[in-house]
Design a protein around this ligand. Structure first.
Ligand code: NAP
Length: 446
C-alpha cells in the first residue's frame, strides 16, 4: 500500500498508477459472521460498534469487467455502518449470501467478513475491461447505488430496480478501507476545492436529501414552501436544510441542543426548534401517543413560520411520525427515508385522509440524481457538513459517536490520506466559495 500511497501523493499520472503493483490483501473495516449473535439480549442503544467493527487485512478480490479499484483516501460514517455493526434490523450477511447466488461475480461477496462503508473519495487504480469513462489516476467520489445494468427494471429510475443494493451495506468491499471495489457507474468527479475527507462525506447523505427535496421523484421544494426538517444538524438534515435554502423554501429545523441551534443559525436558518428544551413527549407510554403534544409542536412550528409545513423531511420514524403527519399542512407531503427510532410506525390516519396529505417513501438516489447532487458540491452550492475526522483504526469509536447521536453533520474517516487537509486542488475556488462556509461544522466544536 505504501507504493500506492506514494504514487498518489507524488501525483503519478494514470499510466504510472496503472503500473503500480496491487497488494494481495488490504486494510479494511469489517464485521464478522462469527459475531452476529454477540449483542443478543442487549438493548439497541447499548449495542457498541466498538466491539463489533474490526480493522484488519482482507483479501483483494478479482476485478469484474465493469468495476474499478479505488485507492480510498477518505471515507465517512453513515448510519448504515451503525446498523451493520449492531446487526440490526438484520445481520448484513444475508444480503451478501443472496448476492453471492446471483452470478460468478456476485459470489465474491458472500464472505464471512463484510467490509463496510458506503462513501469514499480517492483515486482510480485499475479499471475493468468494460469501463469506458474512467481511467487510473482519476480523482473521484463514490455514490452507493449498486445496480445491475443488465436488469430491465433498472432502466427507468434505477432505484426501482428489483435487485438495487446499497454498496458497502448490501454488498461487500465497501469504502471504509484502503481499497474499494466499485462499479464504474458509481464514480463521480471529486470536487477540486475540497480535501479528501471533505469530499468523502457527501455522496450518500447529499444524494438522499437531493432526491427527497430537489428531484421530481421526491417532494421537490418550491419557492416559499415551509419545510420541517427533523435532525437538521445530522447527516441527512444538514444537507436537507441547504436544499431548502437554495430552493427558496423556509426551513423549520428541529435539533436537540443549544449548540446545534447556534450551528443552524450560522447556516442561515432562522426558525429552529430545540426539541430537548421544548421537551415534547409525543408518546405517553410505549403504546399511546399524545395528540396534545402533537398540537403543541404544530403550534410552535406555526408560531415560527406563520403556517403549517408544506413538506416534512422525515427519518426518525416511530418517535416522530405521528407528529409529522399531524403537523404537515393540508395537502402537504411527509417524505420519509428511514426510521432510526423504530420502523413500526403509528399515526392518526384521520389527519392524513381528511386533510389530503401524502406520505412519500424515498430511498437513496439514482445515478442521475447522485451526479446532479455531486455537481452542486463541485460548484460550491452545497457544502460538506464535516464535523470530525477519525483514523480508520478508530472506526469503531467514530461509529459509536453516530450511534449515540454525539456527533453533528458528518464524521470523516482518513483511510490512505496521512492527515487532514490534503487533496485540495483549487484553493482559489475554495476561497471564492468561502472557507468559513466549508469548515463551519468542523469549527463548531459543539
Ligand atoms: P444522523 O447523522 O445520526 O442524524 C439523525 C438526526 O436525527 C440526529 O442528529 C438527531 O438530531 C435526529 N434524531 C435521532 N433520533 C431522533 C428522535 N427520536 N426524534 C427526533 N429526532 C431524532 O443520521 P443520518 O445520517 O441523518 O441518518 C438518519 C437516518 O436515515 C438513519 O436511520 C439512516 O440509516 C437513514 N438513512 C437512510 C437513507 C436512505 O437512502 N434510505 C440515506 C441516509 C440515511 P437531534 O438529536 O439534533 O434532533
Amino acid at each position: 500500500m505504501n507504493e500506492i500511497l506514494q504514487a498518489v501523493l507524488d501525483g503519478a499520472d494514470g499510466a504510472e498508477l496503472g503500473e503500480v503493483e496491487l497488494p494481495e490483501t488490504y486494510r479494511a473495516a469489517f464485521v464478522s459472521r462469527d459475531d452476529v449473535d454477540m449483542f443478543k439480549g442487549v438493548e439497541s442503544s447499548k449495542k457498541d460498534p466498538r466491539r463489533s467493527l474490526h480493522v484488519g487485512q482482507a483479501p483483494l478480490p478479482e476485478l469484474a469487467p465493469d468495476e474499478a479499484f479505488v485507492a480510498v483516501m477518505a471515507s465517512s460514517i453513515n448510519f448504515n455502518t451503525v446498523w451493520s455493526s449492531i446487526f440490526e434490523p438484520l445481520p448484513t450477511f444475508g444480503f451478501l449470501d443472496r448476492l453471492g447466488k446471483e452470478s460468478y461475480w456476485g459470489a465474491r461477496h458472500a464472505l464471512d467478513r463484510h467490509v463496510v462503508g458506503s462513501d469514499a473519495s480517492g483515486v482510480v487504480l485499475r479499471t475493468g475491461s468494460m469501463v469506458r469513462n474512467w481511467r487510473p489516476g482519476d480523482k473521484v467520489t463514490v455514490h452507493c447505488n449498486y445496480v445491475d445494468d443488465q436488469d430491465p427494471s433498472a432502466h427507468d429510475d434505477s432505484m426501482l430496480a428489483s435487485n438495487q443494493r446499497i454498496w458497502g451495506f448490501e454488498t461487500n468491499f465497501g469504502g471504509l478501507a484502503d481499497i474499494a471495489v466499485v462499479k464504474a457507474n458509481q464514480l463521480m468527479e471529486k470536487p477540486r476545492h475540497l480535501s479528501w475527507e471533505e469530499a468523502a462525506v457527501n455522496a450518500l447523505c447529499n444524494s438522499t436529501a437531493y432526491r427527497m427535496l430537489a428531484s421530481r421523484n421526491g417532494a421537490p421544494v418550491t419557492q416559499g414552501d415551509r419545510v420541517l426538517v427533523w435532525g437538521a444538524s445530522g447527516g441527512l438534515g444538514s444537507f436537507a436544510v441547504q436544499y431548502v435554502l437554495n430552493g427558496g423554501g423556509i426551513p423549520v429545523a428541529v435539533v436537540s441542543s443549544e449548540s446545534k441551534v447556534r450551528l443552524l443559525k450560522a447556516m442561515g436558518v432562522e426558525a429552529v426548534i430545540d426539541r430537548a428544551s421544548a421537551g415534547y413527549k409525543f408518546w405517553k407510554d410505549q403504546h399511546n401517543q399524545d395528540e396534545a403534544e402533537w398540537r403543541r409542536f404544530g403550534k410552535d412550528v406555526r408560531a415560527l413560520v406563520g403556517d403549517d409545513p408544506d413538506i416534512v423531511f422525515e427519518h426518525p420514524g416511530r418517535q416522530t411520525m405521528g407528529a409529522s403527519v399531524f403537523a404537515c399542512k393540508r395537502a402537504g407531503t411527509v417524505v420519509t427515508c428511514a426510521a432510526t427510532s423504530g420502523y413500526m410506525i403509528e399515526y392518526d390516519n384521520r389527519h392524513l385522509w381528511m386533510k389530503l396529505k401524502t406520505i412519500k417513501g424515498s430511498h437513496f438516489a439514482n445515478y442521475r440524481e447522485a451526479w446532479d447532487a455531486n455537481e452542486l458540491v463541485c460548484e460550491g452550492k452545497i457544502v460538506p457538513p464535516l464535523s470530525a475526522v477519525y483514523e480508520l483504526s478508530d472506526v469503531g469509536e467514530a461509529a459509536y459517536q453516530v450511534h449515540r447521536n454525539l456527533h453533528e453533520g458528518k464524521i470523516g474517516v482518513l483511510c490512505l490520506a496521512p492527515r487532514e487537509g490534503m487533496g485540495i486542488e483549487d484553493q482559489e475556488m475554495r476561497e471564492r466559495i468561502g472557507v468559513d462556509r466549508i469548515t463551519l461544522f468542523r469549527r463548531s466544536g459543539a
